[in-house]
Design a binder for this molecule. Structure first.
Ligand code: PHE
Length: 344
């Protein structure tokens, strides 16, 4: 009987040794220490033995029982410890390593400049308004003194939506000047507003021309508005965006909706006026058209040109961005090249 007990113990310990999953421990306990285990039946059968043997074997069996229980406890503990440490060892983390940089988004350079431009004019008291990209012929041309067959329509190669419908034809606006009319139709002087937005030209692209770009239209109408006010406003605008030193040039130009009309150029920032690809070797970059609102335009929207006068201008936003960041090809702004965009 003693021999049998020793064997039971050895077998149980051997099995225990092989266990490597905590949930197998319970099965082992039932098998070797449970009510139906061999050890338990030995303990139960003690009553039938003579007293001397009962003592000896009883003591032995109880000792084995305690030994198995404590082995079970130890095994349980060591498996638990392993379940904590082994994942730490196999997938350990070096918290002293630098973190991975997260890519941070940013505003498109055109948007940044657009916001700068609007802020400068806001500080001078201009409100900001917006209008439709799909425009009527009437607002884009007709009301701006450019009737059908007027040669000035050639200045604006147009994306037409309806062809041959006269003033009711729709088109993609070729400039933001239609916003002058929309604004004067609904507001009376004093008016001081800018209208930023996309404009569209059906033209071949090159380093300084895109078929989609941004304009910021400006309009001021009141009593006693003069050309000096226009020049002062645009000088201040350039000073705010480019500092005191940048040169500004006004030259006569023709737009049917202003009289007199002019073209505003800023000294090229890429070559500092010496001449380069960006400025077409002239040292200057045309950035805006401007002038005094034509009396006929005022009269058409019911503002008396004998009492009121106004100035208007249209700024090319990407041209300003090119000057500001010394970018020598306007097409970069819409090419979605991250190497370009990440620089801003
Ligand atoms: N709309 C004109 C253009 O895009 C610019 C302009 C605006 C000229 C306002 C005069 C007054 O060419």
């Amino acid at each position: 009987m003693l021999e049998q007990l020793k064997q039971l113990e050895a077998q149980a310990l051997e099995e225990l040794d092989r266990i490597d999953k905590p949930r197998e421990l319970e099965l082992w306990r039932v098998r070797h220490l449970g009510k139906k285990s061999s050890l338990t039946s030995v303990l139960r059968s003690l009553a039938t033995l003579p007293l001397g043997e009962r003592r000896k074997i009883g003591a032995q069996a109880n000792e084995i029982k305690r030994a198995l229980e404590s082995s079970l406890n130890e095994k349980e503990k060591s498996l638990q410890e392993a379940s904590f440490t082994s994942p730490l060892e196999s997938r350990w983390l070096d918290i002293t390593l630098p973190g991975r940089p997260l890519p941070v988004g940013r505003l498109h350079p055109t948007t940044q400049i657009l916001q700068d431009i609007c802020r400068v004019f806001k500080n001078m008291g201009f409100q900001t308004i917006e209008g439709p990209d799909v425009e009527w012929d009437y607002y884009n041309f007709e009301a701006l003194n450019i009737p059908e067959h007027h040669p000035a329509r050639d200045m604006f190669a147009t994306f037409w939506i309806d062809v041959g419908a006269g003033a009711k034809a729709r088109l993609l606006r070729t400039h933001t000047s239609p916003m002058q009319i929309r604004l004067m139709e609904r507001e009376r002087p004093p008016i001081r507003a800018i209208a930023p937005g996309r404009v569209y030209r059906y033209e071949a692209t090159d380093a300084t021309h895109e078929s989609v770009f941004f304009n910021v239209e400006g309009l001021a109408v009141d009593k006693n508005i003069s050309l000096g006010d226009l020049k002062g406003t645009l000088y201040e605008f350039c000073r705010c965006l480019f500092g005191e030193d940048r040169q500004v040039r006004f030259r006569c130009d023709y737009f049917p909706f202003v009289e007199p009309g002019m073209e505003v150029a800023i000294g090229c920032s890429v070559c500092d006026g010496v001449g380069c690809r960006l400025c077409g070797h002239s040292g200057w970059i045309e950035t805006a058209g401007a002038g005094m609102v034509h009396p006929g335009v005022l009269a058409r929207v019911g503002i008396d040109p004998a009492v009121y006068s106004g100035f208007a201008f249209g700024v090319g936003v990407e041209r300003i961005a090119m000057l500001r960041y010394s970018v020598d090809d306007i097409r970069l702004f819409y090419s979605n090249d991250l190497r370009f965009l990440r620089q801003f």
